[in-house]
Design a protein around this ligand. Structure first.
Ligand code: NAD
Length: 332
């Protein structure tokens, strides 16, 4: 059974080859994204494996079915880049890795908070140049601060637990309240209240029609002046020009993003000798109080191991039985 990978990085190959020893698939690794120009590269594969920036729209689904592909395996949790309706209509099965390491993403969100607050990235460079001054490095105690968490699924829960450990007051908004988190001290409130009362807002909900540009001029205006905004979820949750305007006025005092709405043109590549044409990300990176990482929140050893084993298991089960025992992993 052949499985063709798109958007492959060297670490994908390493982990999938290692864990494929138990599955015995023929693995084909392509570095290119899956799109109308590259779909022709699929040759007799029963399954394809894609990542966050491969766009699987209705036309791609139709062509996949024509090529007798049976399974689209997402090696990630989010699935906003797949037209699930079109996949269903074309008889394709779609699976994902629902929770490979929520702690990996939650811990990265905390790394962003600590870096922005205590400016360790600046201190590192300063001290290496024998500048031992503290001017400009002033931070604030996290203990006692109010943290607003939007979306308390797998990652949001892990994030809440860590913030409670810091001694923060944790307020949350989700469509469904999590009783275990409430027992630990997290309180659920309407979205507006979370925005109004939080010193730090961290986004952990999926990108969909309801959450597209959740952070916009209206919701930023509700937030405290000086708020810290963290997005490790999906770039489309933020209307970036609105956030840039709020950074200019100082309404937003810190921004940490691991995801960016136009990231598919930039992330996961070395563009260090290129001219970046995207003026929006260039403007963002020019702020001293903005930290951008290139979709690396998931990137831990534990997560890659889990992604590889779950994906291979998903594909094997779907090809053999047409179903999955792990229901949250099956999208169509
Ligand atoms: P999850 O499905 O476990 O949790 C999502 C939560 O969001 C659920 O509790 C859901 O009820 C809630 N939600 C849905 N719609 C909402 C809305 N309108 N407002 C508020 N909450 C809403 O997902 P997860 O594993 O916690 O992942 C969350 C997101 O993180 C994913 O959708 C993905 O986009 C992103 N992610 C990013 C990385 C990274 O490397 N940066 C890695 C994995 C996942």
């Amino acid at each position: 059974m052949k499985m063709t990978f798109f958007s492959t990085q060297p670490y994908d190959k390493d982990f999938f080859k290692l864990y494929n020893e138990n599955s015995g698939f023929e693995l084909e690794f392509l570095e290119t994204r899956l799109n109308a120009q590259t779909i022709g590269l699929i040759d007799q594969a029963e399954a394809i494996c894609v990542f966050v920036n491969d766009q699987i729209d209705a036309a791609i689904c139709k062509q996949l079915a024509e090529k007798k592909v049976k399974v689209i395996a997402l090696r990630c949790a989010g699935f906003n880049n797949v037209d699930l309706g079109a996949a269903r209509e074309n008889g394709l099965k779609v699976c994902r890795v629902p929770a490979y390491s929520p702690e990996a993403v939650a811990e990265h969100a905390i790394a962003m908070i600590l870096t922005l607050n205590r400016k360790t990235h600046k201190a590192y460079n300063r001290v290496r140049e024998q500048n031992f001054s503290l001017n400009g490095l002033l931070g604030f105690n996290l203990h006692g601060r109010t943290v607003g968490v939007i979306g308390t699924g797998n990652i949001g829960q892990a994030f809440c637990r860590i913030m409670l450990g810091f001694g923060c007051k944790v307020m949350a908004f989700d469509l469904i309240a999590n009783r275990d988190l409430e027992a630990l001290g997290v309180s659920y409130h309407p979205l507006m209240e979370v925005f109004q009362q939080s010193d730090i807002v961290s986004l952990h909900c999926p990108l969909n029609e309801q959450t597209q540009h959740l952070i916009n001029n209206g919701t930023i205006a509700m937030m405290k002046k000086g708020v810290m905004l963290i997005n490790t979820s999906r770039g489309g949750l933020i209307d970036t020009p609105c956030v840039i305007a709020a950074l200019k006025t100082g309404h937003i005092s810190y921004l940490g993003i691991d995801v960016y709405e136009q990231e598919e043109k930039l992330f996961f590549r070395d563009l260090s000798t290129n001219i970046i044409e995207d003026d929006t990300i260039q403007r963002l990176m020019s702020f001293p109080n903005v930290l951008v990482t290139a979709h690396q929140a998931f990137f831990t050893h534990e997560a890659l191991e889990q992604i590889a084993t779950t994906t291979l298991n998903n594909v094997q089960q779907l090809l053999q039985t047409g179903n999955l025992t792990h229901k949250a992993a099956l999208l169509v």
